[in-house]
Ligand binder design. Structure first.
Ligand code: SAH
Length: 651
């Protein structure tokens, strides 16, 4: 973790790197790790606060230029993680946290880990800790409107303060204030960052944590008017005229279809409509979804009428089941099936595939199953290699934890070896059945990616997100290659995967890339990405990871969001082209960044602004945008209903 995420991104101070290696970050994380495997929210701790990313902690510690005897003040103890890192480097650490629960937990954790040089106080850190002043260094882990004067006063000559400062609650500059021997200060700007708000006498007011207290700018009528003029209204999903739109898509090889939630009926139905047009009028022959390979393989077998045996478990039984087990998806599946039945040449039938990597054990079984049939000797060797992962079947995240605390990844080599052996025998095996061999190698790739995923996920930050999107992109690339030079793919995934990450704070502030960006880099104009959005209505989502599906009300969109602009256009549903050079006036108006909403499998309306809105520049993110002002939740199917309707797929 230290080499990959901290050193590689430019932290070189040896004392900081040693400290990062020494502090067991897992001890500061909440028990339930799975949550950040999937969603786009920051790593939450109690009281709606967050634990800082290791890279940020390291970069701030380096900026403080700490010496071994320094006396350090930290504002915002949070989990206590950063305090522990500071304590490894400096002499004494005094840390202040305003939330009692957090201060208590952090104190206990630090005691358990035997950090005797950390002292935690519950109170308002913007007032400093006069009893222990002056400090050689002050680290502020929350963003305030200015540098609190009191903290500058409590700084020793030669001392440094590192603090995020900005008028906006979502966007700050990281500043370093240095005091010289005469008491003069010098301020340097170290770059853009985003922290939770600093609340107190020298920070924001109490209300800053409650979304309702946020500054609300005037609605932007003129832009809404431009949208109204430029868009193509959709009166009925089935009837909408898509001709001009298909013209724009031109000869794209890849069309990316987003969604602004994982549970909105209109998004599914419109994507089905666009997909069927692309298949019929543009020769698209691959549908690739943000679902797991072996699950989608069951659907693929059904729609393409393949005859080799597939995994026997019913698909899409993993949380969030409603994403791919719903009536809207069944309609797509039924359409694909009847479309394919009319195509004689199996090579030209439309396939249905999963790009995601959460099916570690199903995929591993599928590889063994395949080898058992074609090469029992190889199956035995592969079985021994995969056995390395078997103790963690109930919760693969624990494998990640074990690998981290052991200091090496026991299963990395064996899973890669299975994949390598399979690929080496490509010629022998593939001759017998290309599709089946491709299915097996896809599963073996997935196992190798998932093994790594569960290890890096453990540290949060951009690495696990990037690995997952890289895997989805690589799988898409392999699919296109396998289906031949004129293959074309439609991808169904969340906006956060298909919109270009460089146009959002994911890329700009968090160093995350995604399928949309990777496709743009690889295919240029031959990829066309379409974002989807809504103002209000209902959505299927859970409150917590692995929690039950609920039908939740979607809060009306935020006044400074793209969604609100679309709502203000008063067009109930539309398609808006954003690709250069068309629609110059709208493009230009929309290009300055605004908030955009992302509802995932989890939706928490209570903390919507913090957990579901991010900054984006819409025309750089997507080539087109599909809008439904009011939407409703998907029609999820209970397992029995799904089985009864399509036994070949869900049985
Ligand atoms: N350094 C922490 C991350 C802290 S997040 C870690 O490594 O886990 C910022 C923390 O600052 C939050 O816990 C928040 O409650 C706290 N905070 C905000 N304003 C504060 C203030 N005026 N005084 C003390 N703590 C404050």
């Amino acid at each position: 973790m230290v080499e990959r995420h901290v050193e590689a991104r430019g932290v070189h101070d040896a004392a900081v790197l040693d400290a990062m290696r020494a502090v067991p970050r897992e001890a500061f994380l909440p028990e339930n790790l799975a949550e950040f495997a999937y969603d786009d929210t920051p790593l939450p701790i109690e009281e709606g606060q967050t634990i800082s990313q290791p890279f940020i902690v390291a970069a701030m510690a380096e900026a403080l230029k700490l010496g071994p005897h320094d006396r350090v003040l930290e504002i915002g103890t949070g989990s206590g993680y950063a305090a522990a890192v500071l304590a490894e480097i400096a002499g004494e650490v005094y840390s202040i946290e305003r939330h009692r629960v957090l201060a208590d937990h952090a104190t206990r954790r630090l005691q358990e880990l035997d950090y005797q040089n950390v002292h935690v106080l519950c109170g308002d850190g913007t007032l400093g800790w006069p009893e222990h002043a002056p400090f050689d260094a002050i680290l502020v882990s929350a963003g305030g409107p200015e540098v609190p004067r009191v903290l500058v006063e409590q700084l020793a000559p030669g001392g440094r303060i590192v603090i995020p400062v900005g008028p906006d609650l979502r966007d700050q500059r990281l500043l370093r204030v240095t005091k010289d021997s005469t008491g003069q200060t010098n301020t340097e700007d170290l770059g853009g960052v985003r922290f939770v708000p600093l609340i107190g006498a020298g920070g924001f007011g109490e209300g800053a944590e409650a979304p309702s207290q946020k500054r609300i700018p005037r609605p932007e009528r003129p832009i809404a008017h431009l949208i109204r003029e430029a868009c193509r209204p959709i009166s009925d999903i089935g009837e909408a005229e898509l001709g001009p739109f298909l013209e724009q898509i031109g000869d794209a090889r890849v069309v990316l279809l987003g969604e602004a939630s994982h549970g909105t009926s209109e998004f599914y139905r419109m994507r089905t409509r666009i997909t069927t047009e692309l298949v019929m009028r543009r020769g698209f022959n691959i549908v690739a979804i943000e679902g797991d390979w072996p699950d989608a393989a069951r659907v693929d077998h059904h729609v393409r009428g393949l005859d080799f045996p597939v995994h026997e478990d019913p698909p899409f039984t993993r949380f969030p089941t409603w994403m791919w087990r719903n009536r809207e998806v069944l309609e797509l599946v039924a359409w694909l099936k009847s479309h394919n039945e009319l195509i004689k040449d199996p090579e030209r039938r439309v396939g249905f595939h999963g790009l995601d990597l959460y099916s570690l054990y199903k995929s591993l079984d599928a590889v063994l199953h395949y080898l058992n049939d074609v090469d029992p000797k190889a199956a035995k060797i592969a079985g021994e290699r995969y056995a390395c992962l078997s103790p963690w079947e109930r919760d693969p995240a624990l494998y990640g934890r074990a690998a981290i605390s052991r200091g090496y990844a026991e299963c990395e080599r064996p899973v890669v070896a299975v994949l390598r052996d399979l690929l080496e025998r490509r010629l022998d095996y593939a001759r017998a059945d290309g599709d089946r061999f491709f299915d097996a190698t896809s599963n073996a790739h997935l196992v190798a990616a998932a093994e790594e995923y569960y290890r890096v996920m453990y540290y949060g930050g951009p690495a696990s997100w990037n690995l997952r999107d890289q895997h989805m992109f690589d799988t898409l690339g392999r699919l296109l290659e396998f289906r031949g030079s004129d293959a074309k793919a439609v991808v169904w995934a969340h906006n956060s995967h298909v919109g270009d990450a460089r146009a959002t704070e994911m890329g700009a502030a968090r160093g995350e890339h995604n399928v949309g960006q990777l496709c743009r880099e690889r295919f240029g104009d031959a990829v066309f990405s379409i974002g989807f959005g809504t103002h209000t209505g209902t959505v299927a989502a859970a409150t917590d990871w692995d929690g039950p599906m609920e039908i939740k009300k979607v809060r009306p969109s935020h006044p400074s969001s793209y969604e609100r602009l679309c709502h203000d256009s008063s067009v109930p549903a539309f398609l808006l082209s954003l690709r250069y050079p068309s629609r110059d006036a709208v493009r230009e108006e929309l290009a300055s960044p605004r908030l955009e909403r992302a509802i995932g499998v989890i939706y928490r309306p209570e903390t919507e602004l913090e957990s579901h809105y991010f900054q984006a520049a819409l025309p750089w993110q997507f080539d087109a945008y599909v809008w439904f002002d009011e939407t409703r939740a998907v029609d999820a199917l209970e397992p029995e209903a799904a089985r009864a309707e399509v036994p070949h797929v869900y049985g």
